[in-house]
Design a protein around this ligand. Structure first.
Ligand code: PEP
Ligand code: MG
Length: 320
């Protein structure tokens, strides 16, 4: 029984009719990799590097970071690692960086905006990442909180300059789609990136204008809101036209029903907390891609998140 369960976890995720979906883990430190792989992760879709800064109480230098990225690649044994560049600001405050206090940190100098203003933070990180890639292993770089084409152009220019300095090979460079502007302009952004990963936590916050930390509004901050799903659908369509793939690394990817809808919308990769992986793989195995596409189409046409959630019964019926 145990052996069968372990074997099922290790099997790649596919729908009943054989459509493959990559299921990856959101982990931050190399010592979490073994557990993620045991749960059936096919790689890491989101390594939040701000944790390297939060946990230490001081800024890790290039060597520290290089050692961590190398260790993560080694722990993954050849599986893909997507490292997200520092996402400081909003709910992720790093006291020892002594950044200016802002009235609205979620709308402030966060993510890519901070990286572009602080080469002293971005450049050592990019050097560490390219050196880790040069030493071997499939590493991708992803930038958080991108809102515009000029930001991506500037970020890619920084990547290319540092890659050349380090003498590293090219690596895929992607962005998070977690701001409405990025989803709306996905067609323009797609020309400049290799992949997108939708951050449904922030996308929901910014689309619905609900602080993701406000407990009073937690029930309304539902990533299944049709407005959020429509933006994801639009992102996938635009990316597909440009031959780019779209993943989702926000919380919706780890909910079985959410994962099913996202697969129906054409998302290629789902990255989540490791313990959510077995249930997500199980639900995907129970349904066919045409059925999930039809379900996603119905969800997009709904008026409210509550109506979308009612469709879960249909998913249960089809996977029974
Ligand atoms: C998200 O916003 O959905 C996301 C994955 O990033 P974070 O939760 O780290 O902001
Ligand atoms: Mg985010």
């Amino acid at each position: 029984q145990r052996a069968r369960e372990a074997a099922q976890r290790a099997e790649p995720a596919a729908t009943r009719d054989g459509h493959r979906i990559e299921v990856a883990a959101n982990i931050n430190l190399p010592d979490q990799a073994a557990f993620a792989l045991a749960q059936g992760a096919e790689g890491v879709g989101l390594m939040r590097t701000e944790f390297l800064f939060l946990e230490r109480g001081e800024t890790p230098d290039e060597e520290d970071q290089y050692a961590t990225y190398r260790a993560m690649l080694e722990a993954l044994g050849g599986r893909r690692l997507i490292v997200r560049a520092l996402d400081i600001g909003g709910d992720k405050q790093v006291p020892h960086l002594r950044l200016p206090v802002e009235a609205n940190p979620f709308l402030g100098v966060r993510g890519a905006r901070l990286l572009l203003r602080r080469p002293d933070l971005m450049e050592p990180q990019l050097r560490a990442l390219y050196r880790a890639a040069a030493a071997g292993g499939p590493l991708s770089i992803m930038f958080p909180m991108v809102t515009s084409v000029p930001e991506v152009v500037a970020l890619r220019a920084a990547c290319e300059r540092i890659r050349a300095e380090v003498g590293a090979p090219e690596v895929p460079v992607g962005i998070m789609v977690e701001v409405p502007a990025a989803a709306v302009q996905a067609d323009a952004l797609a020309r400049h990136v290799d992949f997108f990963s939708v951050g449904t936590n922030d996308l929901t916050q910014y689309v619905l204008a609900i602080d993701r930390q406000n407990p009073e509004l937690a029930a309304e901050a539902d990533s299944l809101h049709p407005a959020v799903l429509r933006l994801i659908a639009q992102t996938v369509e635009a990316a597909t036209r440009h031959g780019r793939w779209v993943g989702v690394c926000g919380g919706l990817a780890g909910e079985p029903f959410g994962a099913a809808l996202l697969t129906g919308l054409g998302v290629a990769e789902l990255s989540m907390t490791p313990r959510d992986i077995p249930a997500v793989k199980a639900v995907l195995r129970g349904a066919t891609l045409p059925a999930l596409r039809a379900l996603a189409g119905q969800a997009i046409a709904c008026g409210t998140a509550a109506e979308v959630r009612e469709l879960e019964m249909e998913l249960e019926a089809m996977t029974r």
